[in-house]
Design a protein around this ligand. Sequence first.
Ligand SMILES: Cc1cc2nc3c(=O)[nH]c(=O)nc-3n(C[C@H](O)[C@H](O)[C@H](O)COP(=O)(O)OP(=O)(O)OC[C@H]3O[C@@H](n4cnc5c(N)ncnc54)[C@H](O)[C@@H]3O)c2cc1C
Length: 233
Amino acid sequence: MTVPLPRLSEVVFEPPLNPKVQEAIDDSHYVRSVKILLQTKTPFWINKGVDGAVISDLPIRNTYFAPPFEGSAKGIIIASYVWEKDADHFLQMSDDDKITEAVSCLTQIFPEMANEFEHGACSEWRDAFCIFRPGQDKYHHYLRAEVGPNLYLAGEHCSVEHGYFEGALETGLRAAANILRQLDPEFRCKFDELLASGNPQDLGGSGCMKHLRNKMDQALQNQLFASARLCWS
Ligand SMILES: Cc1cc2nc3c(=O)[nH]c(=O)nc-3n(C[C@H](O)[C@H](O)[C@H](O)COP(=O)(O)OP(=O)(O)OC[C@H]3O[C@@H](n4cnc5c(N)ncnc54)[C@H](O)[C@@H]3O)c2cc1C
């Protein structure tokens, strides 16, 4: 199962999951986040030598400038990408107010913004991605094991690299490998042999998959990826 934990928490399992697994599902902390995007008449920042990002102590905090789009003279700015307490400031506002505040903040840094601004759009996430609070690291252990009979979880929340696609892919591969280990004794044998050849310290998190990628022969990789694709689809 790959749905995020807040949704998984609403699923009633029969028979019930191990209480530790259920606690990890119910209690894991998710980050709230807001993005405010602005369209400008031109990518005016390029002529000012600004590239990439501006970090400020204004409420917008983190601003990212998109490279010019082919076939368009317009500029696109992620005027604000904020999380947690910084996001709370915007989460209570209407989209129009968010955009007005973002334009006002950016105008303090770039006065030309007042004339350049054309449109704005906002997105917000109450459960953007999982980041465990202090003391929740043990949940990695519970979420990455076989959580019920023939039941494995995958998704960035099960990863030690929370909030990144890499973590989601790694856990998908891990779940696929665990299923294959159950179904195919030959795969289990080769897979466990490969794991045993790794440095135990490197085998947590995506280190495990890096090790396997480096050592696994093509046939075994194909088998694993075919199974993972079934999980991902
Ligand atoms: C604002 C933001 C910025 C990010 N920036 C980056 C970045 O720059 N780089 C990066 O690597 N990662 C980034 N991420 C994280 C990245 O998007 C996630 O790590 C990745 O998408 C997680 O993949 P996943 O398959 O675990 O979960 P998701 O992609 O969330 O997939 C879960 C799926 O479950 C479905 N689902 C939910 N509830 C149900 C239900 N009840 N029934 C059935 N299906 C359901 C959803 O529709 C969704 O398709 C960002 C995330 C956010 C929110």
